[in-house]
Design a protein around this ligand. Structure first.
Ligand code: B12
Ligand code: SF4
Ligand code: SF4
Length: 201
């Protein structure tokens, strides 16, 4: 996993004395998924292995630094990861609504955040969309379910129910795959298929 962004602590969610909120997520490639699928949480066959793995790993990391771990799926009400990401200056809203990260592109996602009792500064980053002339994410969804204004979730699900939706189900959202920045942090198909199966049950 990798520190994707750092921002000011949110007083509603972070314990008193917090000085920084660091957003943590998987790197591309196979290391993350290989480690997770070898872990006891995946092997024991009980529900929510990815969230349980995150709680153990990020909980231990937070304790080591005297901080606290926060998780995106702890809701509703959901901790505002989207807003924290935007506030960090390391992620931006893309033309298809989703967050885009300078290194990870549209594949970016979070396993959690660490509220830490010391300052954390990451090097500044530039919005990759500013230099993306062709914007392939905008035309990649076969049913135009995505825009900066809204994500038409029923339209996406309806497509995934059709045989043509098999590509998104087995390899992940076509818009996320189309981003040239995403390519250097591509997920394993098995990882994308697992998350799509959780989204489209
Ligand atoms: C609820 C939720 C959803 C819902 C509702 C989305 C909606 N627009 O209605 C559903 C289940 C549909 C969803 C789907 C997905 N989501 Co979602 N979702 C969340 C969650 C848990 C809460 C967001 C929320 O409602 N906040 C409350 C409102 C008031 O605050 P908000 O900031 O304005 O929230 C908006 C955005 O978060 C946005 N949004 C949420 N998910 C997605 C996904 C897409 C594709 C888009 C365009 C927008 C979007 O819609 C929210 C409501 O307007 C967040 C985690 C978190 N704690 O923030 C993840 C989160 C935003 N989702 C994320 C992801 C990865 C996905 C999926 C891609 C998961 C997957 N299958 O792999 C899918 C999309 C499927 C696809 N096309 O590939 C990531 C962000 C990735 C990114 N690059 O932007 C987050 C941060 C989770 C994480 N662990 O990293 N999601
Ligand atoms: S394809 Fe281009 S415009 Fe779309 S998210 Fe990636 S960098 Fe930004
Ligand atoms: S998963 Fe497929 S249908 Fe759904 S928004 Fe992404 S590209 Fe469109």
């Amino acid at each position: 996993m990798v520190a994707l962004a750092a921002t000011a602590p949110d007083p509603i969610f972070c314990p008193p004395g917090s000085r920084a909120l660091v957003l943590i997520g998987p790197q591309g490639g196979r290391a993350f998924w290989d480690r997770l699928t070898a872990a006891p949480e995946w092997q024991d066959g009980t529900p929510d292995p990815v969230d349980r793995w995150s709680a153990r790993v990020l909980g231990a990391l937070a304790a080591r630094f005297g901080g606290a771990a926060l998780y995106p799926s702890d809701g509703p009400p959901w901790p505002p990861f989207f807003g924290w990401a935007l506030a960090s200056g390391h992620l931006w809203q893309s033309p298809v609504g989703m967050l885009v990260h300078a290194q990870q592109g549209l594949w970016v996602s979070f396993r959690g955040a660490l509220a830490l009792p010391f300052d954390v500064a990451l090097p500044p980053a530039a919005n990759p969309c500013d230099n993306c002339a062709t914007r392939p994410c905008v035309t990649a969804c076969p049913v135009d379910a995505l825009s900066a204004r809204e994500y038409d979730v029923p339209r996406c699900h309806a497509f995934l129910d059709r045989p043509e939706g098999g590509d998104c189900l087995s390899r992940g959202c076509a818009a996320r795959r189309a981003c040239p920045v995403s390519k250097s942090h591509a997920r394993l198909d098995a990882q994308s298929a697992y998350h799509m199966s959780r989204f489209h049950r």
